[in-house]
Design a protein around this ligand. Structure first.
Ligand SMILES: *Cc1c(COP(=O)(O)O)cnc(C)c1O
Length: 366
């Protein structure tokens, strides 16, 4: 089996995983109720606290990120939930609210944008909500929402703020403690650049106090059990030990290199992508643009609008040049492609991808 050199895989999840992180998974199995496991979990927990900017116990779930989205809703304080929906993943949060039998309302925001504070305040004033769900970086559109502002507003009206930061944490600034968020989650396979299969989350003390009284929490996603176990450097059930080895290796690297430089590299990759979109459109005479308006763009993923026929043909033409980018997703599926400039990519690896995209565009539409 040969692994291609790092720097060719730009899906907005899963993202490219460096070889040392993959190799970490070759370590032997250990008893998950033993000392060695507790030491492993303690290191992973400390690394996660670093990237979430928190001192709270961390949830490590053997599931994809959606599992912790469901947990966030199941264990949320009783009462109606307002979901801010500005794309396909935000809609997933609203769907979970409905499917877990909660009383849910939706605040629809134009796709590609973040919520306007005035629109949110109007809804919070009209009805008393127990919680608000919001997506930090909407991976289907590349929109970034100011979740601190959403959380501040929610708190003013007595609602908890539940944040899907799946393509945020590790790539876009998020300060769990300083911003006083109630719940935040991510998946292993996005900006943290680990293999898929784990979800990571954290909850505030106030959220956990009400979770302990929440009915219908279920079993597998009961955060009260997650917290109880995490305080002993344990997991409620058999953990995915191999994936935790990968998380351990990757978190050590992220902490050693520093979180702020990582945020800056993501910001630089995003800006380079936006600049390339503008310049390439001009050079080739193609109608292309960035879906999210300026000032509301995610540093980790860009959805690029293109004529439908071009959007349909581009990912395969790019693949023929040795690079992987994502097609459109959700409502913008037919009219966009997406570049995931996140994880361990750098502006240098991104240049290769953008050059491949431009060569492919010349072939398709030039
Ligand atoms: C990928 C993603 C999810 C879902 O993650 P899974 O790991 O596939 O469950 C949820 N929200 C956002 C914003 C995502 O990017």
């Amino acid at each position: 089996m040969t692994t291609p050199p790092f720097g060719s895989f730009f899906l907005p999840g899963p993202t490219e995983v460096r070889r040392p992180v993959l190799e970490a998974m070759l370590q032997p199995m250990i008893a998950h109720r033993g000392r060695a496991f507790e030491a492993l979990f303690a290191r992973v927990q400390a690394g996660l606290q670093h990237v979430f900017r928190t001192t709270r116990p961390m949830f490590v779930s053997t599931s994809s990120a959606t599992g912790l989205m469901e947990a966030a809703v199941r264990c949320a304080p009783p009462g109606p939930v307002l979901s801010i929906v500005n794309g396909a993943f935000a809609e997933r949060f609203a769907h979970i609210v409905r499917m877990t039998g909660r009383d849910g309302d939706v605040l629809t925001v134009p796709a590609g944008e973040g919520v306007q504070p005035a629109a949110l305040e109007e809804r919070l004033r009209a009805r008393s909500y127990a919680a608000v769900t919001v997506v930090h970086s909407e991976t289907s559109t590349g929109a970034l929402t100011d979740v601190r502002a959403v959380s501040d507003l929610a708190h003013r009206y007595g609602a908890a703020c539940l944040v899907d930061s799946v393509t945020g944490v590790g790539g876009a600034p998020l300060e769990f403690d300083a911003w006083k968020l109630d719940f935040a989650l991510t998946g292993s396979q996005k900006a943290l650049a680990m293999p898929p299969g784990l979800a990571f989350g954290v909850a505030s003390e106030a959220y956990m106090a009400s979770a302990a009284r929440a009915e219908g929490r279920g079993v597998y996603f009961d955060l009260v059990e997650f917290e109880r176990a995490a305080l002993r450097n344990q997991t409620p059930n058999t953990p995915a030990i191999s994936l935790l080895y990968a998380a351990d290796a990757q978190l050590a690297d992220i902490v050693a290199r520093g979180l702020e430089p990582r945020w800056a590299e993501h910001r630089a990759m995003a800006e380079r992508t936006w600049q390339w979109v503008a310049e390439c459109g001009e050079r080739l005479g193609i109608a292309m643009g960035v879906l999210a308006p300026e000032g509301q763009r995610s540093p980790t993923v860009t959805a690029i609008t293109l004529p439908t026929a071009v959007a349909a043909a581009l990912p395969a033409a790019v693949a023929a040049r040795g690079y992987v980018i994502g097609g459109g997703y959700g409502a913008a599926k037919a009219t966009t492609v997406r570049i995931g400039h996140m994880g361990d990519h750098t502006v240098a690896t991104l240049e290769g991808c953008l050059a491949a995209c431009e060569a492919a565009l010349v072939e398709i539409a030039g």
